[in-house]
Ligand binder design. Structure first.
Ligand code: ATP
Length: 868
């Protein structure tokens, strides 16, 4: 044993033996530290001491949990009976080690030592001499490994996995009132309060004592009821998404694999399940092996647009639920429909169960939020301690005076102790609890729910409110205003009526095919932008097959066709024999990071496939052959975006005649999204929500700075900011842009805005009427070239446009680093990064998260505080 030395019967401990640091998934930071302890003589002494002093030391130790471990002796993790786990916020938890007998798998010993920390199981690995999670223990699988073994697990494999992973359940414990009372109410401050009240009663100081008793009883009871209600609500929420029995494939020694029905709690990672045709709540995270599924993931993302999940492709890379989320169905999400593959079962492999699932992680982050170590609380504790030292001095002087004047013993005790109750305010915690409860009730009345009431205090200190644009400041719906086709590097006149366009043109066909729409119960649904583009074309969509659920076959894909009247007008068709239909062979769904989407389509009229792409004009420009772009591309784009329109560019490319159906399934996205031919622009209107302007005005009058962080075009964003009052008509906006060269990048500030005039105006950093707008590309370059300029930029910037989801999160964290308390209002999807980030930031910096339901869509309001 290299680390553990035994010397004359004593255990010589090296620090490395007793402590293990557990890193976060991306290994950037220590998530928590595990320290080993065992019971010793110290523990016996402590118990006797506690017994003799009527449990008072226990109360003190409970209030200062780090002291709890002092009653045990430090020892090597290998022999530890008790573990002290300290998270990255310094919150300690004492956990008993447990032992479990498991059959041998890989190198696992039969008797396994383990502990559960915040619903995650850690197993002691004697070979590595450290604790590992069960996921680490059974190393992750490659895509090929997940795809092979189509027989399911056999009985013994299943049993081993069940022993290791445990049941597939996310259970939120509802604590009894008694436990809550012990945990929340019986702390040192309340003990001090009890002491003060007894003292006042002895001193016949009745009225005030009774007031304090009543206030404390009231605040404790209401706080208990609230906490209990919250844990009941969370419990019910988790329970509400429970699903029915699941069909699982089990390898049988003699015959063909059996499909058996089991309870969802009995599922283990590796199980092969058969997805039912429709309406199914996923019991765990699974990866799709065959067919397709349409899923509503709004429980996780807040976005109620159905998402299509496709079967996993083969590959030697390791499976990762985040990277392969297009093939992963997450626990708790609603599977609307499966699409059968040649009439066969749709199979999925279980990859994560219970609290390891995405839903489990979300529940864990609610169950174990960041401790509210606000500076306010820390300062108040310091203040109380300071008062206490004054009180002790006062007490000593009092004692001296009373003794020197031969006072009565009762008087000496009462008067001396009373000094502490005069100096230290005993009603402080009760008064604060009542304040928070009252605020919570008021917020509820206006439809704001808060999952962590103590954080309400932070809201009063919010200095900056960040808003996402589309769907948050503006409506979800989009109205197609016109389309501007392009021909021979020239923009043609805007068109408002699609019937004036040639149905056989690539432009119309791109609009009709380049989307991720789907039909659920005969109703077309999907991204609102895709819906309005498709509606504009007046084409029809058909997903072939008689029965909705039993129809999907890769050779007969989704088909779009023009309305009958326009087929008659089709010019120069290559082949009149076959019907005019276009099949969508493959979709590359919209990605906020790429800001575009593509499809590969095949018209029955043509002998080759065509790739269509649509997306942000700035992105599409880079993907197109320069000789196909109109010379006034940027001018036209600026013309429409400056008027607040949402502009989408469309492009296409013909694929070679040899490009087969198989190639279409295998081809990489970046191969498709290059060397495109530009087709034209789609101009859409995205009106403001009615409540936007009044909310911005209220925030302005409360002296809270408002900022827009959007994925949309910078000029569209500026225009919307003027419309909603974030910028006022007399405000000037300076757009910061970086030159394209990577070596000597130059940064320019160019004036824009409503009252833009020709004369030069220099930005004045002290003026409230001068604002900066910056796009994601410039932001990245500035951060790289001049990181020292970022704070100045943040202080003056009102518009952050063309920002990718991770950049949105960066802005929020950088603002926090400048000691701003920031709130972020978004509508899910690309703000999820911010939301999830904030969850992480919350963990670090005591953020508060409130969820508002004041609009139909549940907006997320994240309030974060920085310890200044
Ligand atoms: N369905 C879509 N197909 C193609 N391109 C799209 C689609 N939806 C959005 N885009 C383009 O991608 C850009 C980025 O979209 P993203 O959803 O990240 O942000 P946004 O909706 O523009 O703004 P916000 O961040 O304020 O919600 C959009 O501005 C638009 O140009």
């Amino acid at each position: 044993m290299p680390f553990l030395n035994r010397h004359h019967g004593y255990e010589l401990i090296e620090e490395a033996n007793c402590v293990q640091e557990v890193y976060s998934k991306n290994r950037n930071e220590v998530e928590f530290t595990i320290i080993g302890y065992r019971r010793s003589l110290k523990t016996q002494f402590y118990n006797i001491f506690c017994f003799m002093l009527l449990g008072i030391p226990h109360l003190i130790f409970e209030s200062f949990p780090k002291l709890k471990a002092l009653r045990f002796s430090k020892c090597a993790l290998e022999t530890a009976e008790i573990l002290l786990v300290i998270d990255n916020h310094g919150q300690p938890t004492l956990i008993e080690m447990e032992t479990q007998s498991i059959c041998l798998l890989l190198d696992l010993p039969t008797n396994v030592r383990y502990f559960n920390y915040r619903h995650t199981k850690f197993i002691w690995q004697p070979i590595q001499r450290r604790f590992v999670t069960v996921d680490e223990l059974l190393s992750s699988s490659t895509l090929d490994e997940l795809l092979e073994n189509t027989y399911g697990l056999n009985e013994s494999e299943y049993k081993i996995r069940y022993d290791i992973y445990g049941p597939n359940k996310i259970e939120v414990e509802i604590k009894s009132y008694w436990t809550l009372l012990v945990e929340e109410v019986l702390n040192l401050f309340y003990a001090f309060q009890a002491f003060s009240v007894i003292l006042w009663l002895v001193d016949e100081y009745m009225l005030y004592a009774i007031c304090i008793i009543l206030l404390t009883i009231f605040s404790s009871i209401t706080s208990l009821i609230q906490t209990r209600k919250q844990s009941e609500a969370l419990h019910d929420l988790v329970e509400s998404s429970k699903c029915h029995n699941v069909s699982v494939l089990r390898k049988s020694p003699k015959s063909k694999p059996d499909i058996i029905k089991i309870e969802p709690v009995d599922l283990v990672p590796g199980d092969l399940i058969v997805l039912p045709p429709a309406n199914f709540i996923l019991p765990c995270d699974v990866v799709l092996l065959t067919g397709q599924c349409i899923v509503n993931e709004s429980v996780l993302t807040g976005e109620s647009v159905p998402v299509t999940k496709t079967a996993l492709h083969s590959g030697s890379e390791l499976y990762d639920p985040e990277t392969h989320k297009r093939h992963t169905l997450f626990a708790g999400t609603h599977m609307i429909q499966t699409r059968f593959y040649g009439g066969e079962n749709v199979f999925a492999r279980v990859v994560r169960t219970g609290f390891s699932t995405t839903k489990g992680s979300l529940v864990k982050s609610i169950l174990f939020p960041t401790p509210v170590g606000l500076k306010f609380y820390k300062d108040s504790l310091k203040f109380v301690f300071f008062l206490f030292t004054i009180a002790v001095t006062g007490m000593a002087y009092c004692l001296y005076l009373y003794i020197s004047r031969n006072a009565d013993l009762k008087d000496i005790i009462v008067r001396t102790l009373d000094i502490v109750t005069i100096v230290v305010p005993p009603a402080l915690p009760a008064a604060m609890t009542v304040g928070i409860l009252y605020s919570q009730e008021r917020l509820k009345k206006i439809g704001i729910f808060c999952i962590s009431p103590p954080r309400i205090n932070v809201c009063g200190r919010v200095k900056i409110a960040c808003f996402d644009k589309t769907g948050t400041l503006t409506d979800d719906g989009l109205d197609m205003s016109y389309v501007i086709p392009s021909k021979d590097q020239q923009f043609l006149d805007p068109v408002t009526d699609v019937s004036t366009l040639d149905t056989n043109s690539e432009f119309v066909q791109a609009m009709a095919t380049c989307h991720s729409l789907t039909t659920v119960d005969g109703v077309l649904c999907g991204d609102p932008l895709d819906m309005s583009v498709f509606d504009f074309t007046q084409w029809e969509m058909e997903e072939p097959g008689a029965n909705e659920n039993a129809r999907y076959d890769m050779l007969a894909p989704t088909v779009v066709k023009p309305p009958k009247h326009s087929i008659e007008k089709i010019t120069e068709p290559e082949n009149f024999e076959v019907p005019f239909e276009i099949g969508i062979i493959r979709q590359f769904p919209f990605s906020s990071t790429l800001q575009c989407m593509s499809v590969i389509a095949k018209s029955l009229q043509k002998h080759h496939m065509v790739a269509y792409t649509k997306g942000a004009p700035e992105k599409i420009r880079g993907m197109c052959k320069p000789e196909t772009l109109p010379h006034d591309y940027d001018v036209k784009l600026a013309e429409f975006t400056a008027r607040g329109y949402r502009v989408i560019a469309v492009a296409y490319k013909n694929l070679s005649g040899k490009f087969s159906w198989k190639d279409a399934q295998k081809v990489k996205r970046d191969v498709i999204e290059q060397d495109l031919n530009f087709l034209g622009l789609l101009i859409m209107q995205n009106p403001l929500k009615v409540e936007t302007a009044p909310v911005i005005s209220t925030l302005r009058s409360a002296n809270i700075r408002t900022v827009m962080i959007t994925g949309d075009n910078i000029l569209t964003a500026i225009s919307v900011a003027y419309d909603c009052g974030m910028l006022r008509s007399h405000d000037d906006v300076f757009v910061l842009t970086a030159s394209d060269d990577d070596v000597n990048t130059r940064f320019m500030l160019e004036r824009t805005g409503l009252n833009r005039s020709t004369e030069n105006v220099v930005i004045n950093f002290d003026s409230r009427h001068h604002h900066i707008a910056v796009d994601g590309r410039t932001w990245s370059k500035l951060k790289y070239c001049y990181p020292e300029a970022v704070p100045d930029l943040l202080v003056k910037s009102t518009i952050f446009a063309r920002f990718q989801p991770d950049q949105k999160a960066e802005v929020v964290t950088h603002l926090q680093e400048l000691d701003y308390i920031v709130s972020m209002v978004g509508d899910g999807a690309n703000d999820c990064g911010v939301r999830l980030m904030l969850y992480l930031v919350c963990r670090e910096k005591n953020a508060a998260e409130c969820i508002t339901n004041d609009s139909e869509k549940k907006n997320m309001l994240n309030v974060d505080s920085v310890e200044s």
